[in-house]
Design a protein around this ligand. Structure first.
Ligand SMILES: *Cc1c(COP(=O)(O)O)cnc(C)c1O
Length: 388
């Protein structure tokens, strides 16, 4: 994206106040083309996990490819409706759905609630009953599959707060019998994020097969399976691998998941759709000598990109302005927290004040996690077609 053919783009960046989020719509289009083609081969349904990036233009573009929305709050449901996602393609998960949020979803007639506990199912039943409606739900099952990813972004093992565990299945069936305004239409799974070891998804498929058998023995059939998201991206080499290998990803489910007759298969992809189209563009404020190191202090920090401070995530760092001899820098932000650091001993061409720095692969969980800590302004977003 920022290779030598693209010097003109770097020149146009020079006139834009930093920091800002830059989105390459060409990469987003190519990613969506690929998803449409590869999921279409098998008739799979893909919902965009909008918590990854709820920027309106990004959401509208993804919607234009026919994807549905995966929401984790009432406001995300409202934003999805505003940006054109049909209610019948909206799914809604979350361990702490409030009364107001459930009402929003019921009033909108969304496709499916992904329910995470028995008391939640009981509340949805009560609120649906008051509206004289049937609420369609899937139970989010904790399949106890380890995603082999950072423990803060693992969600599918029993000690996590997410989902319903196997030892609760009998109680769930009892609850569903009591709840006359609930219709069970699916089984939902989501085991974690940034999963690059694809054998994890094979393990998930095999576990889902067992779980389906258990329910089938009890005469419970559902019309869809939702396997969640979590497909990872290449943060080390975004230019070599700008588009995740969706052919292999969907192929694993085709090969290992036993889908019943007339059952549809749904995915909730976030990061793998939007990560690589985004970069955070920042300027060097100062280069400061440390004890055994040099600090490159940027005008962007954890307020614009939280992932490194939150779970030691790595984003590739590039100096767009310099071609000098390489040196090591600790690249840090201006925020008053020691964890406000983007990388230690990063090799960059000789760096000085006012150089433009790109933090790559920030399209997912970048802008979406921005905060106003230290009373900073929320950074602007700039799209590749704005610069044409
Ligand atoms: C966050 C989330 C996703 C998307 O995860 P990615 O790793 O971004 O693909 C999907 N489903 C649920 C329920 C989520 O919470």
């Amino acid at each position: 994206m920022f290779n030598n053919n693209n010097n003109n783009r770097i020149k146009t960046f020079t006139n834009i106040p930093t920091p800002f989020y830059f989105y390459d719509l060409d990469i987003l289009d190519k990613t969506l083309d690929c998803i449409q083609r590869e999921s279409g081969k098998h008739g799979y349904h893909v919902h965009y996990a909008i918590k990854a990036n709820a920027n309106t233009r990004i959401m509208e573009k993804i919607q234009s490819y026919g994807l549905g929305a995966d929401c984790v709050s009432g406001n995300e449901i409202l934003r999805s409706l505003e940006t054109g996602y049909p209610a019948k393609k909206i799914v809604y998960a979350g361990v702490g759905k409030s009364d107001r949020e459930i009402q929003i979803a019921l009033d909108a007639n969304i496709f499916c609630f992904n329910c995470e506990s028995i008391p939640e199912i009981e509340l949805i039943n009560e609120l649906a009953s008051a509206r004289n409606k049937m609420a369609k739900i899937a139970i989010r099952i904790n399949p106890n599959v380890n995603a082999n990813t950072h423990h803060y972004i693992t969600t599918g093992i029993e000690e996590n707060k997410f989902g319903i565990n196997r030892w609760e299945f009998d109680d769930i069936l009892e609850t569903l019998k009591q709840c006359k305004h609930i219709e069970l239409i699916g089984f939902h799974f989501h085991i974690g994020s940034q999963i690059t070891d694809l054998s994890v998804f094979k393990g998930l498929c095999l576990r889902i097969n067992e779980i389906q058998n258990w329910f089938e023995e009890r005469q419970i059939l559902v019309n869809h399976i939702n396997v969640g998201g979590g497909f990872g991206v290449d943060y080390n080499e975004p230019d070599s691998n700008p588009i995740p290998d969706f052919e292999t990803f969907f192929g694993i489910f085709k090969e290992f998941l036993q889908i019943r007759h007339n059952q549809s298969l749904h995915f909730e992809l976030g990061r793998s759709i939007v990560a690589q189209c985004g970069s955070l563009i920042s300027k060097v404020l100062y280069v400061k000598k440390g004890v055994n190191t040099k600090f490159a202090i940027l005008d962007a920090g954890m307020t614009e990109l939280l992932r490194p401070a939150l779970y030691q995530a790595y984003h590739k760092i590039e100096n767009l302005s310099s071609t000098g001899a390489p040196e090591n820098y600790d690249v840090v932000g201006p925020i008053c927290e020691s964890s406000d650091c983007f990388g230690k001993s990063i090799r960059l061409p000789r760096t000085q004040r006012n150089d433009l720095i790109a933090l790559r692969s920030t399209g997912a969980y970048g802008e979406a996690m921005a905060s106003r800590y230290n009373l900073r302004e929320i950074a602007n977003s700039v799209f590749s077609d704005d610069l044409a």
